[in-house]
Design a protein around this ligand. Structure first.
Ligand SMILES: Cc1cc2nc3c(=O)[nH]c(=O)nc-3n(C[C@H](O)[C@H](O)[C@H](O)COP(=O)(O)OP(=O)(O)OC[C@H]3O[C@@H](n4cnc5c(N)ncnc54)[C@H](O)[C@@H]3O)c2cc1C
Ligand code: SF4
Length: 331
């Protein structure tokens, strides 16, 4: 690992000043991703600005019935927060489906959303990779891509976004709050992660020197139920092959409200708008759920070895929606 500077900051203003004009500076959350990448030589910051002592470590009720989640809230604390478990179970379930207890105790909300892809070539500095070294190529396209994208990929990159939390946040219409040299701004979480296009080196729309300060969740719809389900190779310590986050409200057998997002399929959490169009106002039956999943997955462009993700995503989505629609048979 290359030598680097370290500074701990106590206020947002101090954090922004510490990175201003320093392209080699990185914010340090729990370090569970950044430090691993430093050990691999993928990241070699000159300065780490430790933001874990910032007063952004609370989950707060908002007057409109929503929640504000500080960027330094640890993943375990967020999963266990009573308003999250009660009103946004999909968020709590997504967190608990990720990593391990020890990692969740350390990882922060902000760092979780900004973790980098697990593509093998990205993590191996001996290999070319457009995301790590722009212009060098994408060996995953012809090489090992079983875990990688089937939706929204480009010739330049077929990586997937690894955060389970981000997928759940996409389904509950969360907003990301950022503070940088030009002031504050807010971005819907569905627009925060990018598709790769010809700039796969940019995972998100965050700008140099910007700090992720908080997330807000809109009020949970009364009568809606939510669920996160993840398919993976091992029961723990494994990233999603495919995951589904869903919010569903059914009245008199008819879908009143539906929000669906897939993980493991794309470079960003994939909000399934085409599926939602099929669901709204339709009878809450397995046939409707299957038609909705098919409408979304028609856009899939699998690579040689990851075509299995399409039927897997379909069956996960149908199972989750059917369970939410019928609490009596929900497993
Ligand atoms: C063995 C293992 C298994 C895992 N399994 C899963 C899994 O199944 N599902 C899953 O979702 N995750 C999984 N993870 C990833 C884990 O969730 C992330 O490493 C963690 O959430 C990152 O949070 P952190 O606070 O440690 O981030 P850090 O490592 O500190 O930072 C990550 C990135 O975010 C930047 N950053 C951090 N905070 C801010 C901020 N406030 N503003 C701006 N930039 C910031 C850093 O500069 C860095 O680039 C796993 C990790 C490991 C090691
Ligand atoms: S898929 Fe993306 S991250 Fe993986 S090798 Fe290709 S460019 Fe790099």
């Amino acid at each position: 690992m290359k030598p680097f500077g370290y500074v701990q900051v106590a206020s947002v203003e101090e954090a922004l000043r510490a990175v201003a004009g320093q392209p080699g500076a990185r914010f340090l959350g729990g370090g569970t991703n950044l430090v691993d990448l430093m050990k691999l030589g993928v990241e070699s910051p000159e300065l780490l600005v430790d933001v874990t002592r910032l007063p952004l470590d609370r989950v707060e009720e908002l007057p409109d019935g929503g929640l504000r989640i500080g960027a330094m809230v640890r993943n375990s604390d967020l999963a266990a927060a009573v308003p999250v478990r009660d009103r946004y179970p999909v968020v709590s379930q997504a967190l608990l489906a990720g990593a391990s207890g020890q990692l969740r105790n350390t990882a922060t909300t902000g760092g979780n959303l900004l973790q980098r892809t697990r593509c093998l070539y990205f993590q191996d500095t001996a290999k070319p990779c457009n995301k790590r070294a722009p212009g060098t190529g994408c060996p995953a396209r012809e090489g090992a891509h079983r875990d990688l994208a089937v939706l929204g990929h480009s010739e330049h990159c077929v990586a997937t976004q690894p955060s389970d939390l981000a997928v759940a946040l996409a389904a509950v219409d969360a907003t990301v709050h950022l503070r940088g040299p030009d002031g504050e701004r807010s971005v819907p979480v569905t627009d925060f992660h990018r598709l790769p296009g010809d700039r796969p080196d940019q995972d998100t729309v965050i700008r140099p020197g910007e700090l992720l300060t908080a997330l807000t969740l809109p009020p949970a719809a009364p009568g809606a139920r939510s669920r996160y389900r993840k398919a993976r190779d091992r029961a723990s310590y494994a990233f999603a092959l495919v995951s589904v986050a869903a919010v569903l409200e059914v009245r008199d057998g008819v879908v009143q409200r539906a929000a669906l997002a897939f993980g493991g399929l794309a470079h960003r959490p994939w909000r399934a708008r085409a599926a939602e169009e099929v669901l709204h106002g339709a009878p809450a039956t397995e046939d409707t759920f299957a038609r909705a999943a098919d409408a979304e997955l028609a856009a899939a462009r699998p690579l040689r070895d990851n075509g299995f993700k399409v039927p897997l995503a379909r069956s996960l989505a149908v199972g989750v929606l059917a369970g939410l629609a019928d609490p009596a048979t929900d497993g």
